[in-house]
Design a binder for this molecule. Structure first.
Ligand SMILES: Cc1cc2nc3c(=O)[nH]c(=O)nc-3n(C[C@H](O)[C@H](O)[C@H](O)COP(=O)(O)OP(=O)(O)OC[C@H]3O[C@@H](n4cnc5c(N)ncnc54)[C@H](O)[C@@H]3O)c2cc1C
Length: 461
């Protein structure tokens, strides 16, 4: 742990946090808590050098946070803007609809929908955390956590102590078991997916007239197929095209298949070409290496904070969503901003439970709702061919008929299809914390200096 006890910002008590996991969520929350003035140690089982080339999207709410964290220059270099998206039928290739992200409805978002790579986001957050003074222990696996002693035990048998332990250890979190009273709910093996993500060099697509049509850097393509959803876009620099498929999986299970691996082919993952339009089949055949992982559905746990308020969950350990949704990573960064903001206001150790309760009250209902929305959305998008799929395509097509949000109609159907997306894209965690603080902050601070009621913000420069 850092020995520097100098209080930073206006935090008057400096806590020790241990963050389990250096994924996107561990890095983000480590940076915001350090910015809030606390000592932060991140413990990560890998060597920290694994970088995924897979593409991810940054919706406006996430882009706004990344700018707030001073990462605008990195985004300028490593991300680019999405101007329009296309929905097509994966089996026939028929276009369902196209939407331009214009001004109008989205005009007040003040941030763009961006494309970037997982490894670039990882690098940005890692550098931010290092710059802020976060400490790291790589190649160290947490094998046990104790919420009474507030400690974690490493595979080396070393025990590390803190004031608060953060479970940022991902979809199949170990820390979740410490937080949930009733024990972690088992995953639902009847609802299993495989995620496969890969790159295709643009020059391999240029000779094929149909594939060349996909090569517009500002376009996001989404194909809705029989049992799968596939999305694709060009990466910054325009040398690579990234494709991600999320596909229903009922094939054999292998040891280690809950980790990302580059060892399996599309066929071995149960992704059969016959379910794809011939143009997509030609595209998929160009994939050289495939990065994949199996995901067995997990529910959102009942609690994010353990009974004695010393262990808290963030990221996918809190809301285990399948990747390849444009909301998953945004939720993770919002968790980090929320915790950082709350703990920038702590004035006394006794306030830890209250601030963790605040985090849970702000984040649990919202993320559980988004989790459910995302799950239902995905279920509908990969509906098998038949009446449900036909109805879905007809409604989607109707709401995208004008092709532009500037000219969208404000009908109940439009609201039903796009209302949630737009609501999520305008979520601002800073506002939510300030609302909460406005209502309850005075109760927390009543025994402390009133000047500490001043609103602070987490932004990096
Ligand atoms: C290697 C990798 C590549 C990925 N590539 C993509 C991609 O291309 N596209 C995409 O959309 N999503 C990708 N994801 C998923 C994406 O990171 C997640 O969807 C999302 O960002 C969740 O982040 P998280 O930090 O909550 O969880 P994770 O990203 O799963 O991070 C959890 C971290 O905790 C560590 N950890 C777990 N258990 C322990 C333990 N007991 N002790 C110490 N450390 C532990 C893990 O090693 C991991 O680094 C990838 C994830 C990983 C780990």
């Amino acid at each position: 742990m850092p020995t520097d006890t100098k209080s930073r910002d206006n935090s008057k008590v400096q806590l020790k946090f241990i963050v389990a996991g250096a994924g996107i969520s561990g890095l983000a929350v480590a940076a915001t808590l350090r910015k809030a003035g606390h000592d932060v140690l991140v413990v990560e089982k890998s060597n920290g050098k694994i970088r995924s080339k897979g593409g991810i999207q940054s919706p406006p709410n996430m882009t706004k946070l990344l700018h707030k964290w001073g990462l605008g220059p990195n985004l300028k270099e490593r991300a680019h803007k999405c101007d329009r998206f296309f929905f097509s039928n994966g089996g026939t290739g028929d276009l369902i609809g196209c939407m331009n992200m214009g001004e109008g409805f989205l005009g007040d978002l003040s941030a763009d929908f961006l494309f970037l790579q997982h490894r670039d986001l990882y690098n940005m957050l890692y550098q931010l955390a290092v710059k802020e003074g976060v400490e790291f222990r790589f190649n160290s696996t947490i094998v046990d956590a104790d919420n009474v002693a507030v400690s974690v035990t490493l595979d080396s048998e070393e025990v590390l102590y803190a004031d608060v332990i953060i479970g940022a250890d991902g979809f199949d979190s170990l820390l979740r078991q410490v937080v949930t009273d009733s024990g972690d709910e088992p995953p639902d093996v009847t609802d299993t997916h495989v995620i496969a993500t890969f790159l295709i060099p643009v020059h391999l697509m240029e000779d094929d007239e149909d594939l060349r049509m996909l090569l517009n850097a500002r376009n996001w393509h989404i194909w809705l197929g029989n049992g799968y959803v596939m999305n694709a876009n060009m990466l910054v620099g325009e040398k690579d095209f990234t494709v991600t498929i999320i596909h229903h999986y009922d094939g054999p299970r292998y040891p280690g298949d809950l980790n990302w691996t580059e060892e399996r082919t599309l066929e071995s993952l149960g992704i059969h070409m016959k379910n794809f339009d011939p143009i997509l089949q030609r595209l998929l055949k160009l994939a050289t290496s495939v990065s994949s992982r199996i995901y067995v559905r997990r529910p959102v746990p009942e609690d994010f904070v353990c009974a004695n308020s010393r262990v808290v969950l963030v990221g996918e350990s809190a809301h285990p969503m399948l990747p390849a949704s444009n909301h998953g990573v945004a939720l993770i960064l919002e968790d980090a901003q929320t915790l950082g903001l709350l703990f920038s206001r702590i004035r006394n150790r006794d306030q830890i439970p209250q601030l963790l309760t605040a985090y849970e009250e702000i984040r649990h209902p919202y993320t559980a709702e988004v989790w459910l929305y995302d799950h239902e959305q995905r279920r509908g998008m990969k509906a098998p061919l038949g009446p449900e799929q036909q109805m879905r395509d007809a409604i989607l097509s109707q709401t995208m008929a004008s092709g532009h949000w500037d000219h969208m109609d404000d009908s109940p159907v439009f609201r039903q299809v796009w209302g949630n997306e737009l609501r999520l894209w305008t979520y601002d965690p800073t506002d939510k914390v300030e609302d909460w603080w406005g209502q309850y902050g005075s109760f927390i601070m009543r025994r402390h200096d009133r000047s500490s009621m001043e609103v602070t913000d987490i932004s990096f420069s």
